[in-house]
Design a protein. Structure first.
Length: 113
């Protein structure tokens, strides 16, 4: 049996003047064998986006979770103009302060000052 024969379904959608509708069957099965009659195939991604996913049930669940994650994540680039980052201060050669912390003495060694 081929993998594409598993979990087929029917999903229809329509758009009206002030409304939309998505409908699907709730059957999950393999050919003539029914495994469940309450399987979700229409998913709400956010307040304004619904998606109907037909096909292999595990693929539909994975895609719906991926869509919810991608649509709920904040944008990587914030809106508005970009400003350059301030320059990183670098130590000057004549600066007497050390640039890195000194290692503490190890046990069994003597320190000379």
């Amino acid at each position: 049996m081929q993998i594409h024969t598993y979990n087929g379904s029917a999903i229809v959608a329509m758009a009206g003047k002030d409304c939309v509708a998505i409908g699907s069957d709730l059957r999950l099965g393999v050919q003539f064998q029914t495994l469940a009659t309450d399987y979700q195939k229409v998913f709400q991604i956010n307040d304004k986006l619904f998606v109907g996913l037909a096909g292999l049930g595990t693929d539909a669940q994975t895609l719906s979770q991926l869509f919810k994650f991608r649509c709920g994540a904040p944008p990587l680039d914030p809106p508005g103009p970009r400003r350059p980052a301030p320059p990183v201060p670098r130590p000057h050669a004549s600066d007497p302060r050390p640039t890195a912390p000194e290692d503490p003495p190890r046990a069994g060694t003597t320190c000379t000052s």
